[in-house]
Design a protein around this ligand. Structure first.
Ligand SMILES: *[C@@H]1O[C@H](CO)[C@@H](O)[C@H](O)[C@H]1NC(C)=O
Ligand SMILES: *[C@@H]1O[C@H](CO)[C@@H](O)[C@H](O)[C@H]1NC(C)=O
Ligand SMILES: *[C@@H]1O[C@H](CO)[C@@H](O)[C@H](O)[C@H]1NC(C)=O
Length: 351
């Protein structure tokens, strides 16, 4: 207990000495952000002047830049501010991007190039204390490829004129094969971001087997040989058969012929008595000689509307030898047909 008391007394005595010994001096001033002063002293006598300055990278505004210790032990006031230096706004980077948040002292810019471009120069820049960027704006240089590989029996046509033996990222071309070779693979190619061309196609000879005839038809060529890619053969149909599909087949890239046409049969109209409408003309069935219409042709027969006692034409189509007579058609008896033909649905008032 006694020891603690002694210690406390000593402390009191000490602090009195300090205070009385430095009466009316100024303490080292509290400075606003980024302001500097010279010297390391802790106490200043009245009348002492203190020069203030800005830290490196900061510019002084307002003032005064000197403060004075006055008799009351206080410093004179100052409105001095130190604001960071600003670097010029950076130039844009063609084929690349720059990332930065600010352009003041110590800000940084990150440079990156778009795909297919490589950065030549520094990838970052920092705003220095003297308001300049630490490095110049870099460049984004295009990735280059050599000339595109050429397949045997093939060639490439570039989309733009290429001089020398380098091409750039994004350069494109189209491969072609010399006939009768056919391109196997993708004809379009381009210089990729990795500096290589996309896959080179191959040129192969393609042939098709001798073409096969069609039923009720004939071919323009009967040669029993292999046919080259793109060779064609024409077909025709015998007599009243009608060709449906393409007149011509072609030997395709896959070594197969394109789809053959077919010959479709004509139809006969399965009525013995009555009038029909055919090609815009009304005619008695016996006057259609021979009784035959071609595939896809349309013929109308006449039906009767019994309630209103009027006649009307009902169309039907010949499909590969089949012509359906509409259900409403009624075959007249032979007596009615010869003696009273004026009462047939084709002859009475039309609905
Ligand atoms: C720049 O890149 C560095 C490192 O990748 C990153 O820490 C920083 O945030 C980037 N700065 C900007 C402004 O994008
Ligand atoms: C700015 O400071 C840097 C690094 O200290 C120096 O290399 C550059 O020359 C200075 N620029 C100017 C314009 O003073
Ligand atoms: C480009 O061509 C020149 C001369 O024809 C040759 O010396 C050089 O090696 C070629 N460069 C490439 C990348 O093929």
């Amino acid at each position: 207990m006694e020891r603690i008391m002694t210690f406390l007394l000593c402390l009191v005595a000490f602090s009195i000495t300090v205070t009385s010994g430095h009466d009316n001096v100024c303490f080292r001033p509290q400075l606003a952000a980024n302001i500097e002063m010279t010297g390391l002293q802790r106490f200043f006598n009245p009348g002492a002047e203190l020069a203030l300055s800005c830290k490196q990278g900061y510019t002084p505004v307002l003032g005064p830049r000197t403060i004075v210790c006055i008799a009351s032990g206080e410093w004179t006031k100052t409105k001095l501010l130190c604001i960071p230096k600003r670097c010029p706004y950076p130039d844009l980077l063609s084929n690349g991007e720059l990332d930065y948040e600010d352009t003041v002292y110590q800000s940084t810019i990150n440079y990156t190039c778009h795909e297919g471009y490589t950065l030549v120069g520094a990838a970052t820049a920092e705003c220095l204390a003297n308001g300049t960027w630490s490095t110049a704006v870099p460049e984004c240089k295009s990735v280059t490829c050599g000339l595109a590989p050429i397949p045997q029996f093939g060639m490439i046509v570039y989309d733009r004129r290429i001089s020398g033996n380098t091409t750039e990222y994004g350069d494109r071309g189209t491969y072609k094969c010399l006939p009768p070779h056919v391109i196997i693979g993708e004809p379009r190619a381009e210089c990729t971001a990795s500096g290589t061309w996309t896959k080179t196609p191959e040129c192969q000879v393609v042939t098709c087997p001798p073409p096969v005839n069609i039923d009720r038809g004939y071919m323009s060529s009967n040669d029993q040989r292999d046919y080259d890619y793109m060779e064609t053969v024409k077909y025709g149909c015998n007599g009243d058969y009608v060709l449906e599909g393409n007149l011509e087949i072609v030997c395709q890239q896959n070594g197969k012929w394109s789809e053959k046409p077919s010959c479709k049969a004509p139809c006969s109209i399965a009525i013995q008595r009555g009038r029909i409408l055919y090609k815009g003309r009304k005619l008695w069935i016996e006057n259609l000689n021979p009784n035959k219409v071609l595939h896809k042709e349309i013929v109308s027969v006449y039906c009767r509307d019994k309630a209103r006692n009027c006649g009307y034409a009902v169309p039907t189509q010949c499909i590969d030898g089949k012509l359906k007579i509409p259900d409403c058609f009624e075959h007249p008896g032979s007596a009615e047909y010869t003696l009273n033909s004026g009462s047939l649905p084709s002859e009475i008032t039309q609905c």
